[in-house]
Write a protein that binds this ligand. Sequence first.
Ligand SMILES: Cc1ncc(COP(=O)(O)O)c(C=O)c1O
Length: 398
Amino acid sequence: MTHPLPDRPRRSDSPLARRAQHVMPGGITRSTVYVPPHPPYAVSGSGAVLTDHLGNQLIDCNNNYTSLIHGHSHPAIETAAMSAIRTGSAFGLPTRSEIEFAELLSQRTGFEKWRFCNSGTEAVLMLVRAARAHTGRQKIVRFAGSYHGTGDELASANTPGVPSWIEKSVLELPQGDLPALENAFAVHGDDIAVVLIDLLPNRAGLTPAEPAYIERLQSIARRYGALVAVDEVISFRLCLGGLHTEYPVQPDLISTGKLIGGGFPVGAVGGRREVLESFDPTRTRPVMWGGTFTANPVTMAAGHVALQLYDQTAVTTLNARGNRLRADLRDAGVDTNGHGSLIRILSNDTPALWWALYDLGVLAGSNGLLSLSTAMTDEQIDSIHAAVVAAATTPAVR
Ligand SMILES: Cc1ncc(COP(=O)(O)O)c(C=O)c1O
């Protein structure tokens, strides 16, 4: 690759970080964006480029942790959001926009029923509640290393602040370990409501799940009357109807979020009619789920346009670009994982990797995740390649 790297951004001790430290613990309000000693501040974004508070311009491969599938300020998404804002940003009544968005999600996924919320965390919590209500069972199976948001039962029991009693309701297993799964069902099968799995777990290294394992997982769960749920909060972008459509599995429920909000806060649960109808308020003892900003028209309108723009051609093209970039990086000796438009750079020192990339004009996720957007040009992809090769081969990062 001969494309030149951008000028090195300037870094400095930030007065903003010092102000933040006075009013927020550690100077941060979102643990997941923390990079030591303190991350720079974003000021604006346009297309694939983010500008920080020092005026540095970076190619944005973080894309707000994969949610900006079309980069920043896409004109059609901006128009949809602005028009929704002008006519009222939230109401204490449902709006047509949520019906239209649920219809679009149904067409794409084949899941008949949908419910919205404001984050992936909420979506997973709602999914678990629906599964428990539908099965009348208590326990959930999930897999070590996978991140499903900030809910108590989705975090490890030894996380500070998380009650130890979750160990009674959550069976955390090593992903891919069939005997462990069989054993969990042999012992607790009558009380397992749902097996929750991410087919491409980012925090666990972005290694795709083995199809044969997923097929067995479904057959074991079915044998014991448990539901299968796929967390597609990140992986939904990889196929038109979500990554599970590439696997030998027919989930009862999926959670999604991130990209489907067009850059605005979102979460959604889709599923089989009989399971999601647990929420039907006309039933006796329906499952309760609220949310003041749930299905707000701004998110619904922006998300609808974002998903319409992310059609089969866009999905295929973006995945092909990601697969090519990952292959080129591997050819250049960089250790990577991932699938389609999601690439994880493996490093023993991820903060050092993150800063090395930042200094070379590329914004990554704090764990070395790169998420491509449709706003990126071929030249920008070449620049990402050059920066990753340079960063990953610096002695501090290796
Ligand atoms: C697979 C998965 N599930 C759930 C979540 C939580 O989503 P949110 O941050 O919108 O609450 C995330 C966030 O990264 C995720 O990657």
